[in-house]
Design a protein around this ligand. Structure first.
Ligand code: UDP
Length: 255
């Protein structure tokens, strides 16, 4: 790990220079943070699971035509991704009321929403990722209206697809956060692609029958069985080897 040039260390991942220009290696750590870094801890094995879960979800999304930065998984904790210029926005999709949304609007956790709601936050830890509107985004030049049209269209497709995928394995996709980046191809054409990761660190996932939380809220709220929850998500998606490393089954359909 130390021979490679580190580009950036975030809260849950480290980025290293990739083997070829235009590539980056994402290393998934076990570190967990919450409440804008006020709570810190470790979730044993989280990095390994998130690497696998994100690989699985990004691959499925690519298959249905969503451009992503994912190239391939390299080992237990690392994946090769395309280098992008990150758009400094957290794109949050809410299908069911939870977390900070409930406080903001005085809703009970689990309340249904009239439709899925998309929100943007400015990615800036020092400012606590403030929520922003299209006005702020275009005025400050973080993205233009065409970029935002692309982001919105991709986000809606991702939400539809992932909601269905998780429903198929008995999980409710309550809300999640996406990040996008600008990628230039060899002809210098830019397109917006999905970046970062999709894992229980940045999604709220509830068991469909019991509403039991299977995501980082277990860590945030000290609910215990954090590792087990991440493992269960991977198991249901069929990506956790159960009888050895070769046993990689497809997703298991729930009745
Ligand atoms: N989220 C995230 N990173 C952030 C903020 C939120 O991945 O910096 C995810 C979070 O896991 C949840 C969704 O976005 O799935 C909505 O989070 P919310 O705004 O309710 O924030 P929270 O209640 O977690 O502070």
């Amino acid at each position: 790990m130390s021979r490679r040039k580190q580009i950036y260390e975030g809260k849950a991942k480290i980025l290293f220079e990739g083997p070829e220009p235009g590539t980056i290696i994402q290393y998934f750590k076990d570190d967990a943070t919450a409440f804008n870094n006020k709570k810190k801890g470790t979730i044993t094995g989280k990095g390994v699971l998130n690497n696998r879960i994100s690989e699985f979800l990004m691959t499925r999304l690519e298959e249905m035509g969503i451009p992503t930065h994912f190239v391939r998984r390299l080992n237990m904790r690392e994946q090769l991704v395309r280098e992008v210029e990150i758009i400094p926005l957290e794109v949050v999709v809410r299908n069911v009321a939870a977390g900070s949304f409930c406080q903001r609007f005085g809703l009970q956790e689990g309340a249904s929403l009239p439709r899925s709601i998309i929100e943007y936050c400015y990615k800036n830890d020092e400012l606590g990722d403030p929520m922003v509107s299209e006005e702020h985004i275009t005025a400050f030049g973080w993205a233009d209206t065409r970029d935002l049209d692309d982001i919105m269209a991709l986000t809606l497709r991702i939400n539809d697809y992932l909601s269905g995928l998780f429903l198929g394995v008995g999980i409710k996709l309550v809300d999640f956060k996406l990040e996008f980046g600008r990628h230039w191809n060899e002809h210098d054409e830019m397109r917006i692609i999905l970046a970062d990761e999709i894992s229980p660190d940045c999604c709220r996932l509830w068991d469909m029958k019991t509403n039991e939380k299977m995501d980082k809220d277990r860590f945030r709220r000290d609910l215990g069985k954090v590792e087990e929850a991440y493992q269960e998500v991977a198991r249901r998606l069929g990506i956790l080897p159960e009888s050895g490393p070769r046993d990689l089954r497809g997703p298991e359909t729930m009745q």
